[in-house]
Design a protein around this ligand. Structure first.
Ligand SMILES: [Zn+2]
Length: 248
């Protein structure tokens, strides 16, 4: 299919125009106009580009692309090397950030919830970026942490709140630790995100709401895979997801 058609379809599917984002959503680097093989990954690192290229990808689709607000605009160093590699191999880069976190079927948040056995019941925060839901009964906090460990294949950071059991849950994949206070205000039992900051420990202890950081990369693997699979089925594209280990 044409790159232009792929971008148009994906933009409509994820309703990209609805979001005020920190980066452009859609084609960030334009390569060949025809796409038959699409590689997906969480972050458009040089390693991902090299692996996608070795596989013969025409386009790479990621959650974390380039051109973030407040970053240095000039093409130097790491950024130059990545973009030079894409351009010299004629490989396109498509990136979807907030729209891919938020999509109600393919997004990072809903895909993580599905794997955890959480039923979403609502949204919170600016642009509805955070999610709330229920575990459908009281779970031991340790049981939830173990479930997360099994799903993400890594040990989460866990800070106990007031009680050892949880049922109402708030979550937001990636680096959303700054939503913790808003989650506390919603009277949930536990908040799950990808990354932790030092104040999260004290907030958990003093509010009684447990805090879990399960990994930024680890919690954001699922949206891009689901999107890649969807596009593959819809348009007969060859799709392969590359999981490049990242402990953060
Ligand atoms: Zn992220």
């Amino acid at each position: 299919m044409l790159l232009r058609e792929l971008e148009e379809y994906t933009g409509q599917l994820l309703v990209v125009e609805r979001y005020r984002d920190y980066c452009p959503n859609g084609v960030q680097v334009e390569g060949k106009s025809e796409v038959t093989r699409i590689a997906t990954g969480v972050t458009a690192s040089l390693e991902l580009i090299e692996q996608a290229e070795a596989w013969g990808a025409d386009a790479i689709l990621v959650h974390h692309g380039y051109f973030w607000k407040n970053e240095e605009a000039s093409l130097r160093g790491v950024k130059r090397n990545r973009i030079a590699r894409l351009l010299s191999r004629n490989i396109s880069l498509l990136a979807y950030h907030l729209p891919l976190d938020s999509h109600e079927l393919l997004g990072n948040n809903v895909q993580l919830a599905k794997r955890l056995g959480v039923t979403p019941t609502g949204r919170f925060g600016e642009q509805d970026i955070g999610w709330i839901g229920t575990l459908g009964g009281e779970w031991a906090l340790a049981e939830l942490a173990l479930r997360l460990e099994q799903v993400t294949c890594r040990l989460p950071i866990l800070v106990q709140g007031g009680k050892g059991t949880v049922s109402r849950i708030a979550w937001c994949t990636g680096g959303a630790q700054n939503l913790f206070q808003q989650a506390i205000d919603l009277d949930v039992d536990v908040f799950i995100t990808g990354e932790a900051s030092e104040p999260c420990y004290h907030l958990a202890k003093e509010s009684g709401v447990a805090f879990i950081a399960a990994g930024h990369h680890a919690t954001e693997r699922y949206g891009v895979q689901a999107l890649g699979e969807h596009l593959s089925q819809k348009f007969g594209l060859e799709h392969r997801y590359f999981d490049l280990d990242n402990p953060i």
